[in-house]
Every structure is written in structure tokens, then in C-alpha cells.
Write a protein that binds this ligand. Sequence first.
Ligand code: DAH
Length: 372
Amino acid sequence: MLPPPRARVRAECGKDATNAMETAAKDTIDRALAALAESFPARFEAAETEQALRDENAKILGKKGELTAILKELGKAPPEARKAIGESVNRLKRDVEARFEARLAAIAKRLRDADLSARPFDLTLPPRIPVGRGHKHPINAVREDVIEIFRGLGFAVHDGPDVELEENNFGKLGFPPDHPATDMQDSFWTTGGHLLRTHTSNIQVRAMSLQKPPMAFIAPGSVFRRDDDATHSPMFHQLEAFLVDERVSMAHLRGVLAEFAARMYGPGTPVRLRPSYFPFVEPGAEVDIGCVFCKRADGTRAGCSLCKHTGWIEILGCGMIHPVVFEACGIDPERWTGFALGMGLERIAMLRYGIPNIKLYFENDPRFLAQF
Ligand code: DAH
């Protein structure tokens, strides 16, 4: 049964009123969405920093953001319109997100461009924390000094490999295969008759096999032996010097030695030769200089533990190049003569700087190195 006419009118009115409210709510949402869609791009553009941009984004998409607030109104819109409104909200949300990412990238790029085009910082400014300058290792410093001395005397510098043929290291230098010296030098053998060279005398063979006399060379380089204690290291440095010409004599050798001692350890440094044996020289000698540690002002020596109270200190081996070496290298020993000498650079530096232990050279302790 129908309600009485008045009541029906009221009910119809109520429905109309609800419809009107829902429509009004939909309009409000539509306007709010349109306003947001219109305004957010400019708001993002206005954000100059990443933080400002993120804040602006949160104002729109955050839990208490504008779009979230609009979404909360969805329930008030007419049921049949809600799907379309929901889709509009989602579309706007995606637009906001896309704009946000694009603007974020633009801000990052602007920062980077500014960084790249900015004037580079001044590399010539002094550091706030002082940085010590590096310097030469004592072995390098001494090697350069020795090279300079011999170059001044007319010697050229010859290079050669660390891995050497047995015949260049031993055979052609007059060591017979079973010679105790080959044993004594107890070498690092690799393969196929190769070894790490035990001395720089191999350069005599290389130079004399390559070119004809006259010649005067020095050859600095690393050498290797199975030795390891306070005065021996398995790798150390030598410098070889040799000169080949007609009528070269011991006197030339002595002259070069005296000049070397004077330039390296001071004018007037006394030099003496003691007969010794090396297979590749005849006669052979060991060279001593007046002890640099106990030298008195008047030039005499007091004697000390380093020179074992003799006043003399050994610095190198030398001699007149043996005819068998010339022959092994295809040089006529009747016409050519020459001298050779070989020194250990660790020892030369030890005497120059008073370094007591060979290990100090290789530990590279900055407190040691900083003293040179
Ligand atoms: N090669 C020798 C060594 O390693 C040093 C040497 C001695 C070199 C006498 C020479 C020389 O040129 O004549 O102990």
C-alpha cells in the first residue's frame, strides 16, 4: 500500500535531497581534481632542490596529502560516478608520479652540470695538512751518482735482462761447468738453461758479442743469489764497468778507481788493490778504500769495528779482462786488452750513508727513507 500522499512527498524530497548532495560532492571532487591537475606541474617546477620537491610531492601524495584527501570524499559522490572518479584520481596520481621523477632527474642534472662547468678548484693551493714530498731511495740516489761519475769519464750505459742464459752469466766468462764459483753463487735457475743473473758481468759478454772494440760501458742492474742474512739479500744491485781498447793496462784501471773514489768519497780517498781471483779477469783484485767511518781530519785512520781496525774497507772487485772472455766473444786478445770492475750498490750506499744493515734498503720503513 502506498504511504499517504504527504509522506510520499517527503520521501521523494529526501531522495532528491540526497541526489543533490551527491551531485554536489561529485562536482567538488571534479573541481578539486581539475585544480590539482592544473596546479601541480608549476608547483613541481618551482621546487629548486630535491628536498623541496620531495616536500611538495608529499603534500600531494602523502597520507595527509591533497589527493588522498580528495579520495576520502569519493564515498560522498553518486555510486554510479565513483568508478570514473576513481579512474581520474589514479590517472592524476600517475601524472604526479611521472612529473616528480622527471623533475627529480632535472634537478640532479642541473647540479651535475653546474659542477662540471664550475671553475675547477685551485690545485696550487697549499694543503691544509702538510704532505711530505717523496724522494729518491738511497740505492737510486747512489746509482745515479755512480752513473754520473762514470759518464763523466766517458763510459756509456748498457742495459740487459734479469733472466740470462747460463753461458752469458757463467760459461763465456770463464767459469767451467763444474766450477765451484757457479756453486758458490748458488743461483735461481728457471728453465731451459736460464737463470736470474747472479751478477752484472753478463753485460761484458753481451756488449762484446754485439760490437767491436774500442768500447767503454757501465751496466747497472738487479742481480739475484740464494743468500739471505744481515749482509746479504736475495736481490741486490750491482754496477759493472769495463773498457776495451789497444794497450789498456792496470794503470788505466787504477786511474779510474782513484778518480771514482775521489769523486764518490772525497778528494784524496786512498785506494789499494789486493790480489784476488775471479774467473773472467787476470790478474784479478779486490779494491779497498781508506775507511770512511774512522777517517781523521789529517787524513789518517783511527781504526774502527767497521774496518776491523785495518783502516781499509773493501768496495769492489776488478781486474784485466781474461783472454778467454775475449775469445768467447769473438775479439782478438792479442790485439785488444781491457779492464773490468763490478761493485755492489748496496755496499757503496752503505759506506756513503753509514747504513748498518742491508735489510733496511728493502723494508722501506719511512723513518729510514726520510733520512736521505
Ligand atoms: N761479478 C763479480 C761479483 O759479482 C764482481 C766483479 C769482480 C766484477 C771482478 C768484475 C770484476 O768486473 O773484474 O762478485
